[in-house]
Ligand binder design. Structure first.
Ligand SMILES: C[C@@]1(CC(=O)O)C2=NC(=C\c3[nH]c(c(CCC(=O)O)c3CC(=O)O)Cc3[nH]c(c(CC(=O)O)c3CCC(=O)O)/C=C3\N/C(=C\2)[C@@H](CCC(=O)O)[C@]3(C)CC(=O)O)/[C@H]1CCC(=O)O
Ligand SMILES: NC(=O)c1ccc[n+]([C@@H]2O[C@H](COP(=O)([O-])OP(=O)(O)OC[C@H]3O[C@@H](n4cnc5c(N)ncnc54)[C@H](O)[C@@H]3O)[C@@H](O)[C@H]2O)c1
Length: 189
């Protein structure tokens, strides 16, 4: 069976600088999923034009907008870039510029020009689950996200908070702590 070899990580987008190029339909989809998970993300969007829905969303968050054609100067101080223009040549240029500057880049909906994929994301308080189908079916990623949102109880966050409190009270060396936490949570499965 083919295995998904992608490595998921959980990024602090408030301490990283994100650039999105393209303020149209696909740019809006990517920005809205990004902000849904990380409302405190620092994002710059460069686009020749912005759709109205795009402006409405961006104005509610820490999103800076630059109405201009893409220029590689926009890559300055960026760690993560999403290209979402409707011009494949520009998207390829952004990809090449990012590669030349060691910046990780996602050309939206173009797996061959992605260092990383965006995932389906389930959030319940402190708990977050990221889903990837290895690019095989974004629709399945969406359905799995909806399914998990439905079946994971809202109070999973209380459990995490209580375990965090307990974790702070237990004494002893590292392996004693690990044993106590493992015993307490054994029945959860
Ligand atoms: C998860 C999610 C996150 C997000 O975007 O934030 C996401 N796509 C979502 C939805 C979605 N995207 C598309 C449809 C229409 C149905 C369809 O085409 O299948 C739907 C469904 C819908 O909207 O209902 C179009 C599409 N997407 C890609 C291609 C190109 C290709 O596959 O070759 C095409 C065809 C374009 C064309 O036709 O030209 C590629 C990618 N899309 C990914 C992520 C990455 C793989 C993730 C994984 O490993 O599964 C990857 C590889 C790269 C990337 O963009 O990061 C988000 C669901 C969020 C949610 O609801 O929770
Ligand atoms: N819309 C969809 O559902 C969909 C689905 C699959 C694939 N795609 C593909 O994804 C791409 C983007 O589609 P879209 O619907 O978001 O297009 P769109 O026209 O809604 O948005 C494109 C945005 O890119 C900006 N742009 C264009 N050239 C630019 C440049 N040189 N510098 C900066 N900004 C620039 C435009 O101003 C616009 O805001 C297209 O290639 C499209 O074929 C779209």
């Amino acid at each position: 069976m083919e295995q998904n070899q992608l490595y998921p990580i959980f990024l602090k987008l408030n301490v990283l600088n994100v650039l999105i190029v393209g303020g149209g339909t696909v740019g809006l989809e990517k920005l809205s999923f990004l902000l849904k998970s990380s409302p405190n993300a620092t994002v710059l969007v460069v686009s020749k034009d912005f759709d109205e829905d795009f402006l409405r969303l961006a104005n509610k968050y820490q999103v800076s907008l630059l109405k201009a054609p893409y220029n590689k100067l926009a890559l300055k101080n960026k760690q993560l870039v999403i290209a979402a223009t409707n011009n494949i040549e520009i998207n390829k240029q952004i990809y090449a510029d990012c590669k030349a500057n060691n910046i990780i880049v996602n050309v939206a909906d173009t797996p061959s020009l992605c260092d990383f994929y965006l995932g389906g994301i389930v959030t319940k308080g402190n708990i977050k689950i990221a889903i990837s189908t290895n690019g095989k079916s974004p629709t399945l990623a969406k359905r799995l996200r909806q399914f998990l949102e439905d079946i994971i109880p809202e109070n999973i966050n209380e459990l995490a908070e209580n375990l965090n409190k307990f974790r702070k009270t237990i004494k002893g060396n590292f392996s004693d702590k690990v044993n106590q936490l493992n015993q307490l949570t054994e029945k959860l499965l």
